[in-house]
Design a protein around this ligand. Sequence first.
Ligand SMILES: [Zn+2]
Length: 71
Amino acid sequence: MSASAVRGCQEGKATPKFLEVKCPRCREAVEVFVYMGGSADKTGRTTADEKCPECGYVIPQGTPSERLVRY
Ligand SMILES: [Zn+2]
């Protein structure tokens, strides 16, 4: 993605939103980013693999946020 695509109008773009969720394995807080807006196949899903700092469990990219527990 080029820099010019990042700045400018936000409409129609997927904007990552920061969320703190509980690790499904050990309940430690894990920081994830979830797409908000943009295409329907991406919105509400995690933008990248996020590893639990406590136990090393990986929440895979594309996990729907409704499957995760808010911290
Ligand atoms: Zn964990």
